[in-house]
Design a protein around this ligand. Structure first.
Ligand SMILES: [Zn+2]
Length: 430
């Protein structure tokens, strides 16, 4: 730096360069009407949050901001709003929109996912979600989107991206429903058979840029595969996946519906069980013993049931949907009773992006308190990501991920369905 200044002085235009260098980095001061810094602590009344370089650098009680701020200070007035940490959704598919036409994968290139994803990233952020876990995308489209929102080129949430999901041949996550030559042409390259090949695919995903490994541990509802909703991988394969991912510092999220598949995934050491539809006592006990969290995605079923009987789904899919609907939500009630950690996730993409916050009311209807539901999308979700020191709270040194709205979500979670103002990494989303 000093050498650079000397060079400028020697060239004879030192003064403007020096003046520019001395301008302090911009500061944003947010006047808060009612602060919820951490849902466990509840609402604490008026506050002032100071943001610089995308981080929260100060939180104080009362709204004392200068009436005539200096040039580098911007004041945002949320003095009639509740301000909370930005919400976290642990299961979204930003690069896709709902729609039953499975043949579209033959007509839409992977790159199209980035365009669709940019639209959905904005909708998701405007709905108050400042961090999402991308649970499987068309090949590597989520990685480009992740960079786009991180650099501020695309307005949207922070993205923790899985990339393509690991699946068994012919299972949920593999391409199915076409002739074998078409299936092969559309394959993502992430199916595996046997512990060695599954470990290799984890390493391949890591090399390609995955932040987390996604596996489809059991059959799935919306794919054309007709082999039910129980375990797809063997125990040895799932253990190899979990151990290999953990050795690389990556966590594993498992799509899982059938009880025995959930139990096996938890025993293998998989970190989150997503959907968890048919989880029974033995499955939930295995989750508790192994520290696996449940990500219920109740909204997925809400969205899917709207299309039943309308010719939206193929018969093989329609049968699987009907098999799940009576059971949805029961795992949440039982998980809470058994002390299994429940973290927020929706499966947005199966329903319209931007409706994510409707999940809160479904969680409450299955026995969670409003406070537990709000924590599941802030402090608990941050812990599940291993990011509890960076997001999920409003405190010094945390990312400036903030939302403002009317009302108190610790009494009525539906107030989170209408968010008025959002900041992600210090950038206002508008
Ligand atoms: Zn999903």
């Amino acid at each position: 730096m000093i050498r650079h200044l000397m060079a400028i002085i020697a060239l004879g235009f030192a003064v403007p360069a020096l003046a520019a260098a001395e301008t302090p980095p911009p500061i944003t001061m947010i006047k808060v009407g009612n602060l919820i810094a951490d849902p466990a602590q509840g609402a604490t009344g008026p506050a002032t949050i100071i943001v610089q370089n995308g981080m929260i650098i100060d939180v104080s009680t009362g709204t004392n901001v200068p009436s005539a701020p200096e040039d580098h200070v911007t004041i945002i007035d949320m003095s009639d709003k509740t301000v909370m940490p930005g919400l976290i959704d642990l299961h979204v598919h930003l690069t896709g929109d709902p729609g039953g036409d499975f043949w579209k994968q033959t007509t839409e290139p992977d790159e199209w996912g980035v365009v669709v994803g940019a639209k959905n990233a904005l909708l998701t952020a405007k709905a108050g979600f400042t961090t999402v876990r991308e649970a499987g995308s068309s090949q590597y489209s989520a990685f480009s989107l992740r960079r786009g929102t991180a650099e501020g080129l695309v307005p949207g949430p922070r993205i923790i991206a899985a990339g393509p999901a690991l699946a068994i041949i012919g299972g949920h996550g593999d391409t199915t429903g076409f002739t074998e030559d078409i299936n092969a042409a559309l394959a993502s390259g992430y199916t595996c058979t046997g512990a060695n090949e599954c470990a290799a695919k984890v390493r391949k995903a890591s090399r390609a840029g995955s932040d987390i490994i996604k596996i489809t541990a059991t059959g799935g509802v919306l794919s054309q595969q007709g082999r039910g909703l129980e375990a797809h991988f063997t125990d040895a394969e799932m253990t190899a996946i979990a151990d290999t991912a953990h050795s690389l510092g990556l966590k594993v999220m498992a799509h899982a519906h059938g009880a025995r598949g959930i139990e096996a995934a938890a025993r293998a050491g998989i970190d989150t069980i997503d959907h968890g539809t048919f989880a029974d006592e033995a499955a939930l006990k295995a989750m508790k013993d192994n520290g696996s969290a449940l990500v219920p995605t109740l909204m997925a079923f809400q969205g899917v049931s709207d299309g039943l009987g309308k010719g939206v789904y193929t018969p093989v899919v329609e049968n699987k949907i009907r098999a799940t609907l009576d059971t949805v939500g029961k795992a949440v009630t039982m998980a809470k009773k058994m002390g299994v950690r429940i973290a927020f996730g929706t499966d947005a993409g199966v329903f319209d992006h931007g409706r994510n916050a409707e999940e809160f009311a479904l969680m409450v209807s299955h026995g969670m308190t409003p406070r537990e539901a709000v924590a599941s999308a802030t402090t608990v979700a941050a812990e599940v990501l291993g990011m509890e020191g960076q997001i999920g709270r409003i405190a010094n040194g945390y990312s400036a991920d903030l939302i403002a709205f009317d009302g108190n979500p610790l009494e009525d979670v539906t107030v989170l369905e209408e968010i008025d103002w959002v900041m992600v990494r210090g950038r206002v989303i508008d």
